[in-house]
Write a protein that binds this ligand. Structure first.
Ligand SMILES: [Zn+2]
Length: 452
């Protein structure tokens, strides 16, 4: 049982809440209780967010790509560096990095992750003896950390719009539709050894890395979600897709594919007002990655018209250049304020910006990962985070202001405890496997640096 002095329930804030958790799910929620011997006692309990978009291996290159080269740096030059980096990663590196990244996510307050996994093969492109070797490594990282994993094997067949051949740097990603289908079976086998809340979805990488026929074939083979796709991160991507398919990426997808609430469109950054409206009405989740989108110079999301049309969204840490839930939320809102020269933008009508950002991202993130979570209520997975309202960043705030404090005034140190489907992985602000996982990461980095 968990006892919280206060908790944000699906019905709003409540005091002195006792929560019963069985087999990973919340089976009873009672307020105005007293704690009982044996209860885990926390200060303020919230539904924990899903981190809906991660490429865990990219964490290991954080800080390596911030050197200006003769004034021509762009997303595309960053991508070239990332490709060169991936050539050095072994399965052992990939597992150690993922374990460390998942630990950092949990310590930042996330209960689950959508791992958009696209390194599948050996350097040069030859498959491992076990086609699912690297999916197995990601599953092992989820097992040691206890994070709720939605594993998203990526279909990556072409090097660019118009079915261009893969570039050498993309060889580790490449699969035909048939081999991708085999890979998904391997991934399902690996994830079947994890707790029941973990699952496998699919991720056609982007319109530029597939073709209309291949996309249709993959969607026929995997009709169950979640389905994630990078959609419109960069203006060049929009231009290339328009030149090839005669429509902008979001426009093309909505017109040619049955986009439902099983879908998550990552980086729906460059949209016209019409695309923004239509995507909001589709029921799909906008996968927003504010820190990475700022780091890569992608541009701001069309927030106000999207939420006015009822669009769902969630938060992802994508390149993992920095893993901070509080900073993702504030970067999202600040990107809107800077563009619009306005304050308190991501709310329709009146309300607390922090609360709307947090609760919307909790619901949208859970939807995107196919988890029955996002709220504290009976029947939901026990994806929970406890924060300390006595932290100096929060101690002057009233309960209804706490999520504004979390989003705009606090650091991730306010997180004291995290449960992923009832697995209590963070206690006192520290992951229970921290020493072992950090040691493994350090030695993997030593071996990686020696190879660069
Ligand atoms: Zn991504």
């Amino acid at each position: 049982m968990i006892f919280a002095k206060q908790a944000m329930l699906s019905t709003g804030w409540a005091q002195n809440v006792r929560l019963t958790v069985n087999s990973g799910a919340i089976t009873a929620v009672d307020s105005e209780q007293t704690s009982q011997p044996g209860d885990v006692i926390v200060d303020t309990l919230l539904p924990a967010l899903a981190n809906l978009h991660s490429h865990s291996f990219q964490r290991a290159m954080a800080g390596m790509t911030e050197y200006r080269m003769a004034g021509k740096d762009s997303f595309w030059t960053w991508r070239d560096l990332m490709y060169r980096f991936t050539a050095h990663l072994t399965p052992e590196h990939i597992e150690a990095i993922a374990a460390f990244v998942f630990l950092e996510m949990q310590e930042a307050g996330y209960a689950s992750v959508g791992e958009f996994h696209y390194i599948h093969h050996q350097p040069g492109g030859t498959p491992y003896d076990d086609l699912g070797e690297l999916s197995t490594r990601i599953a092992a990282a989820a097992a040691i950390t206890g994070i709720g994993l939605t594993h998203l094997p990526v279909l990556y067949t072409y090097g660019g719009a118009g079915q261009a051949e893969l570039e050498p740097g993309q060889a580790r990603f490449g699969n035909s539709v048939d081999r991708f289908n085999e890979l998904v079976v391997c991934a399902q086998k690996a994830v079947s050894k994890l707790p029941a809340d973990c699952r496998v979805g699919i991720a056609p990488h982007s319109l530029r890395a597939t073709s209309p026929d291949d996309l249709a074939a993959v969607l026929r083979a995997h009709s169950n979600g979640p389905i994630h796709i990078h959609i419109a991160e960069q203006p060049k991507e929009v231009v290339d897709i328009f030149a090839w398919l005669g429509a902008r990426p979001v426009e093309w997808l909505l017109e040619n594919v049955d986009v439902t609430n099983d879908w998550c469109l990552i980086h729906a950054t460059h949209m016209t007002p019409g695309e923004t409206h239509d995507m909001a009405k589709s029921g799909a989740v906008a996968g927003l990655c504010p820190i990475t989108e700022a780091n890569l110079g992608d541009g701001p999301f069309n927030g106000p018209p999207y939420i006015e049309a009822g669009g769902a969204f969630g938060i992802g840490s994508d390149s993992n250049v920095l893993i901070s839930l509080t900073e993702e939320l504030r970067t999202l809102e600040y990107s809107q304020r800077l563009r619009d020269v306005a304050r308190n933008v991501m709310v329709v009508g009146e309300g607390s910006v922090g609360e709307v950002l947090y609760t919307s991202a909790a619901r949208g993130g859970a939807q995107a990962l196919g988890r029955e979570a996002g709220e504290i209520a009976v029947g939901q997975l026990a994806d929970l985070v406890a924060i300390d309202s006595a932290d100096p960043a929060l101690c002057a705030l009233q309960t209804h202001q706490l999520l504004d404090g979390l989003a705009f005034a606090a650091k991730d140190r306010i997180v004291t405890d995290v449960w992923s489907a009832g697995r209590h992985a963070v206690k006192g602000g520290r992951h229970i496997q921290r020493d072992q996982i950090v040691d493994g990461y350090r030695s993997a980095m030593q071996s990686l640096m020696a190879s660069l």
